[in-house]
Design a protein around this ligand. Structure first.
Ligand code: FE2
Length: 259
């Protein structure tokens, strides 16, 4: 095939040169042969399925390009179809035939032995990513309803919450998460956890129910922003589904009242 292409190019150049000579033109232009381009094919989130097990992945309610250009298609695809899938499968494997097999995820996180590193990492990874993908949306929103009132009351304004949340996220060193939680008294708080830990675990600095959280692992943004973590934080913040966060807030408050 390559030989044929070379032969054809040589013949074409010869003919061009010949015809040029007839018209007394002397310029010869060399056209490089096309090189093979590597193409990356992007799939659909609907095609991603975890292996059978106790827990399933949450459905992504938009395609991988839904947050682009702020969070690029390849970043979202890799995050959802590789990292999240892997946490889900590994978590399910860890709990097969254990006391956790039929337990709600919140209870597993509260009860598990934190010395069990594999379970800790994968249970946290599953829960954290499920929340993360549930609270993202293509269009920018601002808080409304019950949550908006509480943010104004407890932080002074949505702007104050935003500034505090972004500052904490910037300061977070290494892989981890920054959360908006409802603490045990029903108060909104911003807190951080390392690795795949979260505020439901026994080691939490501020224990509470997460209602929104930012993934600060490099896999969440490095393809897009490299070391510019602040740009990723801003991009993430423009895609928070505050309507969903409000739903989580109302649910979390109900649990506080039961205690
Ligand atoms: Fe992640």
């Amino acid at each position: 095939m390559k030989k044929n292409v070379v032969l054809f190019s040589t013949l074409a150049s010869f003919l061009l040169l010949f015809s040029c000579k007839e018209d007394k033109l002397v310029e010869v232009v060399e056209v490089p042969l096309p090189t093979k381009e590597e193409k990356i094919s992007i799939g659909s989130p609907n095609d991603v399925k975890a292996d059978p097990g106790s827990f399933e992945m949450t459905k992504l309610p938009f395609n991988y390009d839904g947050l682009a250009p702020d969070i690029r298609t390849l970043t979202l695809e890799t995050h959802y179809s590789k990292h999240y899938l892997s946490y889900t499968n590994n978590f399910n494997k860890e709990i097969v035939s254990t006391e956790f097999e039929n337990m709600p995820i919140e209870d597993i996180l509260k009860k598990m032995d934190l010395n069990n590193a594999k379970l800790r990492q994968n249970a946290g990874g599953y829960y954290n990513h499920t929340l993360y993908f549930n609270i993202l949306t293509p269009k920018e929103q601002t808080p409304k309803d019950t949550l908006a009132g509480s943010i104004n009351k407890e932080f002074g304004s949505f702007n104050n919450l935003t500034n505090q949340f972004k500052a904490k996220s910037e300061k977070q060193f290494g892989s981890g998460w920054v959360w908006l939680v409802v603490d045990r008294y029903g108060k909104l708080q911003i807190t951080t956890t390392e690795n795949q830990d979260n505020p439901l675990m026994r080691n939490a600095l501020i224990p509470g129910t997460p209602i929104m959280g930012i993934d600060l692992w490099e896999h969440a943004y490095y393809l897009d922003y490299q070391n510019r973590k602040g740009s990723y934080i801003n991009a993430f913040y423009q895609h928070i589904n505050w309507e969903k966060v409000n739903e989580y807030y109302v649910e979390a408050l109900k649990k506080v009242k039961k205690v």
